[in-house]
Design a protein around this ligand. Structure first.
Ligand code: IDC
Length: 288
C-alpha cells in the first residue's frame, strides 16, 4: 500500500478490541471514519480506486463494501458480485485504508434465511484476506422483521464467526442486531463469546436521536463494544434533510466516545443520503 491516509493501515497495523474500545496494534485507541459504498451491483462505479482515494483525501481511513444479498445483489449473481467485492476490497487496501466487507442483508431480514450462502461467502473472503490487517468482516447488515436475537441472529453469528475465525483468527468482526441493527441493548444482555467482536448500531440523523444515543451509552457501560458501520445525514428511508445539525450532534457524540463509523453512501443517486451530486464522475478528483 501507498501511505496516503492518516490513520491508515501502515500506521496502525492489526486492530484489536480492548474493553469497548477499538485499538491499534500498539494498543492505542483508534477511530476509523469513512464512507460506505451503495449497493455494489448498482453503484459499483463509485467503488473503484479513484473514488476511494477521493474519500481518503476527505480524511477517511475506512471504506465499507456493501454486498447486497437480495434486491438483485449477491444471491442473484454470486460470482459477478463477489468479483466486484474483491476488486473493491483490493482498491481500499491499495489506498492504505481499513475496509469492511458487509453482507448487506436488508429485504431478506432474517440472516438465517441464507446462512449457507453467507458461510460460503465469508469462507472465500477470509481465505483471501485472513492474513491482511486491513480487513473487517460485517456478517449481517440489518436483521429486521420477524427476527429475534436469541432465535436467529445469535445462532447465525455462532455459525458464521467460527468459519471466519478458522482463516482470520485475529480480525475484527462486526455483528448486527434486530430492528435494523438498533437493538444493541438486547445483544448486551446475551453477548457472543470470543475476542475482537463489535456490535453495530445504525442511525439516520433525520429519524434517530437521543434514544439511540442512550442505548449506546448503556451498551458501553455494560461492556459491549459498539461500531457505527452505517449512518446517514438523511431520514432512515435515505431521503429528506440534509440534517446537518443533527448529524453534527451525532458525530460529536461518537467522537467523545471514540466510536468508529461509516457514512451511507458514496454514490450519486438522487437521494439526500448520497454524498455525490448526480453525474459526479467516478474516476476523477472531486471538487467541493
Ligand atoms: C437504501 C438506499 C436506497 C435503496 C434502498 C433499498 O439508500 O437508494 O433504494 O436502500 O435498497 C439502511 C440500509 C440501506 C438503505 C439505507 C437508507 O442499510 O441499504 O439504503 N438504510 O434507507 N438502513 C437504514 C437506512
Amino acid at each position: 500500500p501507498v501511505e496516503t491516509v492518516r490513520g491508515g493501515v501502515s500506521e496502525n497495523g492489526w486492530l484489536k478490541v480492548e474493553g469497548t474500545q477499538l485499538c491499534n496494534e500498539a494498543g492505542e485507541p483508534v477511530i476509523l471514519r469513512g464512507m460506505s459504498s451503495h449497493g455494489l451491483h448498482w453503484f459499483g462505479q463509485y467503488a473503484g480506486s479513484q473514488s476511494i482515494q477521493n474519500t481518503a483525501e476527505w480524511g477517511a481511513n475506512l471504506f465499507r463494501v456493501a454486498v447486497y444479498t437480495g434486491e438483485g445483489g449477491y444471491l442473484s449473481s454470486p460470482e459477478a458480485v463477489r468479483e466486484k467485492a474483491v476488486s473493491t476490497v483490493d482498491a481500499a487496501i491499495a489506498n492504505d485504508m481499513y475496509v469492511i466487507i458487509d453482507w448487506h442483508i436488508l429485504s431478506d431480514g432474517n440472516p438465517m434465511s441464507h446462512v449457507e450462502e453467507a458461510e460460503a461467502f465469508f469462507d472465500f473472503m477470509a481465505a483471501r484476506y485472513g492474513d491482511n490487517p486491513a480487513v473487517i468482516y460485517e456478517i449481517c447488515n440489518e436483521p429486521n422483521g420477524n427476527v429475534t436475537w436469541e432465535r436467529d441472529v445469535k445462532p447465525y453469528a455462532q455459525r458464521v464467526i467460527p468459519i471466519i475465525r478458522t482463516r482470520a483468527p485475529q480480525s475484527v468482526i462486526l455483528v448486527g442486531s434486530t430492528t435494523w441493527s438498533q437493538d444493541i441493548h438486547v445483544a448486551a444482555r446475551s453477548p457472543l463469546e470470543g475476542e475482537n467482536l463489535m456490535y453495530t448500531l445504525h442511525f439516520y440523523a433525520g429519524t434517530h436521536g437521543e434514544t439511540l444515543r442512550q442505548r449506546i451509552d448503556s451498551a458501553l457501560a455494560a461492556g459491549l463494544p459498539v461500531f457505527v458501520s452505517e449512518w446517514g445525514t438523511s431520514r432512515a428511508d435515505g431521503s429528506g434533510g440534509v440534517f446537518l445539525k443533527e448529524s453534527e450532534e451525532w458525530l460529536d457524540f461518537l467522537d467523545e466516545r471514540g466510536i468508529s463509523w461509516a457514512n451511507w453512501s458514496l454514490c450519486d443517486k438522487n437521494e439526500t443520503s448520497a454524498a455525490l451530486r448526480p453525474g459526479t464522475p467516478p474516476d476523477r478528483a472531486w471538487s467541493e
